[in-house]
Design a protein around this ligand. Structure first.
Ligand SMILES: *Cc1c(COP(=O)(O)O)cnc(C)c1O
Length: 326
């Protein structure tokens, strides 16, 4: 695997890898470990900083003055892009789905504190608003660098191929081997990077992407294309196959259900670790269900991709009693 892709130092070192003994005892049936990408270094962390380390380097190499990207109101990607832009001394423009006030607080507050300019698209499709922001910036003599939804372009996904390597080295140092990896997937970049990293090291286990919103045909096609492009960029011949599960979407993106709630409360009350209402709570709900159905066993790594700041935008859905907690 090509190792010399330029990066900008947004990550201050490896994130922890450790077991979850009390959560595993509560669940039964598998030994669960966690990779703490909720603890990447800037502005409350998350997986997007691993992508942005490479995207920001690319932007600076192209002489960019501003980062421009898009997402939902509670986008963790947008919040981390704002943090990366601040650290790199770049402007930041975020084109958010919907209207101001749609789901306030949480990441929207952090976007503002981090100094990003917020542009509300007024609709679910942010494409036209994104084009408008880019052309306005160019007309004003700026050089905007456009980052796709979730930072899921090959240069960004590469961050997760390198993350795989970091995790594999930590696992080796701790004398353990994982049978399976489970994580939350949506725009496909994390999945593509993990597939390339695991493929480069000929890892024999299974990677389970738990879709938080898209059905398999759509997400698998996107992830497959991105995996191939990322493999080419990093000169990896055979990326690892990635399994996508679309059984946990419920009523859709960001709409909490009881399984999401059970996962959020269970991990918090057994280990003191927070997962989020949109991505990692749902991925953990998938892990819980797959383990209960006997489809996951042995040593299973839950790759925490962050997102907990969105909890503060879901108070109404989470101030509920939950009786079966550990
Ligand atoms: C963006 C995000 C994901 C999904 O990553 P993709 O690379 O977009 O598939 C998972 N978890 C959290 C917390 C995220 O913010």
């Amino acid at each position: 695997m090509r190792m010399d892709l330029p990066f900008y130092p947004l990550l201050l070192g490896p994130t922890p890898l450790h077991p979850l003994p009390r959560f595993s005892a509560w669940l039964g049936g598998a030994e669960i470990w966690i990779k703490r990408d909720d603890l990447t270094a800037l502005a409350l962390g998350g997986n997007k900083l691993r992508k942005l380390a490479y995207l920001v380097a690319d932007a600076l190499a192209q002489g960019a003055t501003d980062l421009v990207t898009t997402g939902a109101a509670q986008s963790n990607h947008c919040r981390q892009t704002a943090a990366a832009a601040a650290r790199a001394g770049l402007g930041c423009h975020l084109v958010l789905r919907g209207q101001p006030g749609d789901r306030p607080g949480g990441n929207v507050l952090l976007d503002h504190i981090l100094g990003a300019d917020l542009h509300w698209a007024g609709s679910p499709d942010t494409g036209p608003a994104m084009e408008r922001v880019l052309s306005d910036l160019r007309a004003a003599g700026r050089r905007p660098y456009a980052i796709t939804l979730g930072g899921s372009m090959p240069v960004g996904a590469a961050g997760y191929a390198y993350a795989w390597r970091e995790m594999a080295e930590q696992a080796r140092a701790q004398g353990i081997d994982f049978d399976a990896v489970v994580f939350a997937t949506s725009s496909g970049g994390t999945q593509a990077g993990l597939a390339v990293g695991a493929g480069a090291s000929h890892w024999p286990g299974a990677i389970h992407g738990i879709s938080v919103d898209h059905k398999i045909p759509d997400l698998a096609a996107v992830a497959e294309r991105l995996t191939q492009a990322t493999a080419e960029l990093l000169a990896v011949d055979r990326p690892h196959p990635v399994v996508v599960h679309d059984d946990y979407i419920g009523d859709g993106y960001g709409i909490l259900n009881d399984a999401d709630r059970e996962a959020i409360f269970a991990l918090a009350r057994s280990e003191g670790i927070l997962v989020d209402p949109v991505y990692t709570g749902r991925a953990l709900a998938g892990l819980i269900d797959l383990t209960r159905r006997g489809m996951l066993a042995g040593r299973v790594l839950f790759w925490h991709t962050g997102g907990a700041p969105a909890l503060f935008a879901y108070e109404k859905e989470l101030f509920t009693t939950f009786t079966e907690s550990p």
